[in-house]
Design a protein. Structure first.
Length: 183
């Protein structure tokens, strides 16, 4: 799973453990810019990543020779600084998959189901709360806390599972392939 932060740091995480396995700095020190989504692909067994950073597109091999622009900022950004989106909501049910619409499509509005999204996008819960994860998508998902503190079983479409939270935090949620939750 890939993550880009406002300070230009692009990071890769192990989908099973949530451990950071790779990082690359795309911006100059003390620059802030919201990154676009990352894409990854492989050619002849070599993995590549492409990510938009403002008006620039960065594309390189994970084990390639492209030099980082600078050392990462010494002040680490927390998830609240990194997150751009709606404020957290106090809900007890989080759904996978959500309906996306395109207001500006040629020929009128178009809708599609985003299999790799959570609804709501961000929640606030406290220690001991139970949260229900509902799979509204058409694919099976396993939802895992980034810090490894909990996981669901594989949820088939239409199924749900409760998780009891062990920490109080804002939770910006992200569901990508291996279904990690930023915790």
């Amino acid at each position: 799973m890939f993550w880009g932060s406002a300070d230009g740091q692009v990071e890769a995480y192990d989908a099973r453990t949530g451990e950071r396995v790779w990082a690359f700095q795309t911006l100059e020190t003390e620059t802030r810019l919201r990154p676009g989504p990352a894409a990854t692909y492989a050619v002849d067994g070599r993995q590549y990543i492409v990510i938009a950073m403002g008006p620039e597109i960065w594309a390189f091999a994970l084990d390639g020779a492209v030099s980082a622009r600078s050392a990462p900022d010494s002040i680490e950004l927390d998830d609240l600084t990194r997150w751009v989106g709606p404020a957290p909501r106090p809900v007890d049910t989080i759904e996978t998959a959500m309906l996306r619409d395109s207001c500006c499509a040629v020929g009128g509005e178009r809708n599609a189901i985003d299999e790799y999204a959570f609804n709501p996008l961000r929640v606030r819960r406290t220690v001991g709360d139970r949260v229900r994860f509902v799979n509204n998508g058409t694919m099976s998902h396993t939802i895992v806390a980034r810090n490894g503190s909990w996981t669901t079983n594989t949820l088939a479409p239409g199924m749900f599972e409760y998780v009891t939270l062990e920490e109080t935090r804002d939770i910006p949620l992200s569901l990508h392939g291996a279904s990690l939750v930023y915790w």
